[in-house]
Design a binder for this molecule. Structure first.
Ligand code: F6P
Length: 319
C-alpha cells in the first residue's frame, strides 16, 4: 500500500491530534504517503484534502480538538454520497483509510469498506461506549476534567453544607459518570444502565447527614435525564439545599493526558500496520493492555454497559 488517508469524524475528543500525528509518522516510517481529510466525511465528499508529512503534524500532540476538523455529515449517509467520497479518494490514489471517531464514524467506515475501500477504525470518543475496547481515546482526559471539577465543587459544597449535583456527558452511557464519581468520592452516581429509585436516593442523602456527613456530591450521567430536574426532586424529597452544575463541552476540551496520548499512539501504529497487511473493516481496540483488531460490526453492534462490579464498589466506598 503506497498511500493512506486519515480522517477524524463525529464529536472531537482529546487525543485525536496525537492519533493523526502517529498515523502520519508511522506511515512515513513504512514508506507510505498520507492524505488528511478535513472536516470529517463532508470533506471527503467536497475534496477537502491536505497532504500530510511528519512536519505538518508537529506541535499538535499536546492539543485537544482535531486540527483536521470534524463534522457530522448527512450526505454521507446516502449511497450516492459515499460513492462520491470513494471516487474522490481513489482519484487521489488513496488505497486505505484510518478513521478516528465514535460509533457513527465507525459505521461510516464499515459502509465505505463495503464499497471496496480498505478501512481501519480507531475508537475516539470521550464516552468510552464502544464495544471491544477497554478504553476509547479521549475518555481519560474527559474523566480527569470532570474529576477536577468535582474536587472544586467539594470545596464550595462543604462550605455551605449543600447537595451538589454534577451532570456529565456520555450520551446513553454511564462510563464518565461512574469513573469520575467513584474517583471523586461521590455519594450517589446515577447512570442510564442501572435503574434507580429517587426515594432511595433521598433516603440515602438524609441518612448520610444523620451519620455526620456535612455535604454530598451526586454525579448524574446525561443519559439519565436532566440534573436540574433531579436536583429539584432531591430538594423537595430531602429538604436539603441543592445546587446543579452541568459541565457540558468543557469535558471535550483540553490537553490530552499521558494515557490518551499513549493510547492514541499505540492504536495508530496498529491501525497503519493492519492496513499495510491488507486488513479491512476492523477497529483497533485495547484489551488487557494489548492492541487487538475488532470487527467493526461487533464494535458498533454490541452494547458496552458500565461495569456493574465497579458500580457496586462505588456504592461501598460512598458509605
Ligand atoms: O459523543 C461525545 C459527546 O460529547 C456526548 O457525550 C454528548 O452527548 C455529545 O457528544 C454532544 O454532542 P454535540 O457536540 O454535537 O453537542
Amino acid at each position: 500500500m503506497k498511500k493512506i488517508g486519515v480522517i477524524t469524524s463525529g464529536g472531537d475528543c482529546p487525543g485525536m491530534n496525537a492519533a493523526i500525528r502517529a498515523v502520519v509518522r508511522v506511515a512515513q516510517a513504512k514508506g507510505m504517503e498520507v492524505l488528511g481529510i478535513k472536516n470529517g466525511y463532508a470533506g471527503m465528499i467536497s475534496r477537502d484534502f491536505v497532504q500530510l508529512d511528519s512536519r505538518s503534524v508537529g506541535d499538535i500532540i499536546q492539543k485537544g480538538g482535531t486540527f483536521l476538523g470534524t463534522a457530522r455529515c448527512e450526505e454521507f449517509k446516502t449511497l450516492e454520497g459515499r460513492q462520491t467520497a470513494l471516487s474522490n479518494l481513489q482519484q487521489k490514489g488513496v488505497e486505505g483509510l484510518v478513521i478516528i471517531g465514535g460509533d457513527g464514524s465507525l459505521t461510516g467506515g464499515k459502509l465505505l469498506s463495503e464499497l471496496g475501500m480498505k478501512v481501519v477504525g480507531m475508537p475516539g470518543t470521550i464516552d468510552n461506549d464502544i464495544w471491544g475496547t477497554d478504553y476509547t481515546i479521549g475518555f481519560d482526559t474527559a474523566v480527569n476534567t470532570v474529576l477536577d471539577s468535582i474536587n472544586k465543587l467539594r470545596d464550595t459544597a462543604s462550605a455551605h453544607g449543600r447537595v451538589m449535583l454534577v451532570e456529565v456527558m456520555g450520551r446513553k452511557s454511564g462510563w464518565i459518570a461512574l469513573t469520575a464519581g467513584l474517583t471523586g468520592g461521590a455519594e450517589i452516581i446515577l447512570v442510564p444502565e442501572i435503574p434507580y429509585d429517587l426515594n432511595d436516593v433521598c433516603r440515602q442523602l438524609r441518612d448520610s447527614r444523620a451519620k455526620g456527613k456535612q455535604y454530598s456530591i451526586v454525579v448524574v450521567a446525561e443519559g439519565v435525564g436532566s440534573a436540574i430536574t433531579i436536583g429539584e426532586q432531591i430538594r423537595q424529597g430531602t429538604g436539603l439545599e441543592t445546587r446543579v452544575s452541568v459541565l457540558g463541552h468543557i469535558q471535550r476540551g483540553g490537553a490530552p493526558t499521558v494515557t490518551d496520548r499513549l493510547l492514541a499512539s499505540r492504536m495508530s501504529e496498529m491501525a497503519v500496520t493492519l492496513l499495510q497487511q491488507g486488513v479491512t473493516n476492523v477497529m483497533v481496540g485495547i484489551q488487557c493492555n494489548q492492541m487487538v483488531p475488532v470487527i467493526i460490526d461487533d464494535a458498533i453492534g454490541r452494547k458496552k454497559d458500565v461495569d456493574a462490579v465497579l458500580f457496586r464498589l462505588a456504592e461501598i466506598l460512598s458509605q
